[in-house]
Design a binder for this molecule. Structure first.
Ligand code: PPY
Length: 348
């Protein structure tokens, strides 16, 4: 890319000096030694924190101080964060080339899966190129001078509220309302900007510093090992390799022939090849929520109704491995659609 840019800038400067392209025999004719393009370096070619010579722009949920911003910074320390109001805006930012990557949470050790992002993975055409595990420590934040007994309301992202549910009840009693906010850091900013003395936010200690709030209580999460897994999304896939620990994420729906047996068949395609599964998630099949099947029971034909699902599976292998390719070839026989969402290095 550096070479391309240098050539492009060179050709425009050469035309201004009056050289006509038609008179040139080759590009080397054009390059006077004092204007040689820079050498291509490893940095120009490897997917690192720089793209096109500028810093990588990483879209994430929430204003500065959000956990998604922290995950984006962990994945790409020298990147430019691009705060988004909703998860979908982060997906769109990458699609529209406003951002180079999006970092979105998909599961948490306490709150479980973040279904919205599973649905967005299916609706958008981005590739998973990596994952980040982040230890999430929640704090109860309020304006300076406010005490716990003044509080009537706690604002935060629904994920954070659910991760602190028991601690909130035991510390604040039943009379404190929980209200959902776009992001944890957004809730902290809102409390500060509106001078709310009866309202606290659940957010990071970093958000407290940014918005001038005090930490009333640390470690609000219901379990001290609270961990969130984020996915890194890009327009182009990561080229899978062998020799490094890779994960592959797929999504599929069963075909008309298989009925409720599809999941067993798909999982055995991996099991028989010794490929470990790290995650399975199901979501309702929106365009075909119910399937009606005729089943014989005691020689009587009855009609059975099943919910139809879309399944998301993560397995521990790279798409560069033959056993993974064979497993997917087999899975394809049982499915009406199958998409590889990405094959990417594991965060270990
Ligand atoms: O609201 C945030 O700060 C987020 O990034 C979403 C979130 C909330 C709780 C845990 C992980 C991510």
């Amino acid at each position: 890319m550096a070479l391309m840019q240098s050539l492009l800038s060179f050709s425009s400067s050469s035309s201004s000096s009056g050289l006509k392209m038609s008179t040139l025999k080759s590009v080397t004719d054009l390059i006077p030694t004092h204007n040689l393009p820079n050498w291509l370096t490893h940095d120009d070619l490897s997917p690192g924190p720089k793209i096109h010579g500028t810093k990588l722009r990483v879209a994430h949920l929430g204003v500065p101080g959000s956990y998604s911003e922290a995950a984006a910074g962990k994945a790409y320390p020298n990147s430019v964060p691009l705060p988004c109001k909703q998860f979908e805006a982060a997906f769109e930012a990458v699609e529209l080339r406003i951002a180079d990557r999006a970092v979105v949470p998909v599961e948490n050790s306490l709150g479980g899966s973040i279904h919205e992002n599973y649905d967005l993975l299916l609706r958008h055409r981005l590739h998973i190129v990596g994952e980040v595990l982040l230890r999430v420590r929640h704090s109860l934040l309020a304006l300076p001078g406010v005490r716990k007994e003044h509080l009537r309301r706690v604002l935060s992202h629904p994920q954070a509220l659910s991760q602190c549910e028991h601690t909130l009840t035991s510390q604040m009693g039943p009379n404190v309302r929980r209200e959902a906010f776009d992001s944890t850091a957004g809730a902290a900013e809102f409390v500060a900007a509106n001078n709310l003395r009866d309202t606290a936010a659940i957010a990071s200690a970093h958000a407290a510093e940014l918005y001038g709030l005090q930490v009333l209580e640390d470690g609000m999460e219901d379990d001290s090992g609270n961990l969130t897994r984020f996915l890194i999304l890009a327009r182009e896939p990561f080229i899978p390799r062998t020799g490094r620990r890779f994960k592959t994420s797929i999504v599929f729906a069963g075909n008309d022939r298989e009925g409720p047996g599809v999941l067993f068949k798909v999982l055995s395609a991996f099991g028989l090849r010794n490929i470990g599964l790290t995650k399975i998630e199901s979501r309702p099949h929106r365009s075909r929520p119910i399937r009606v099947l005729d089943v014989a029971e005691d020689d009587i034909l009855r009609t059975a109704k099943y919910f139809e699902y879309i399944f998301y599976v993560d397995f521990e292998a790279s798409m560069a491995e033959v056993r993974a390719q064979n497993a997917l070839a087999e899975v394809q026989e049982f499915t009406s659609f199958l998409r590889v969402l990405g094959s990417y290095p594991m965060d270990i």
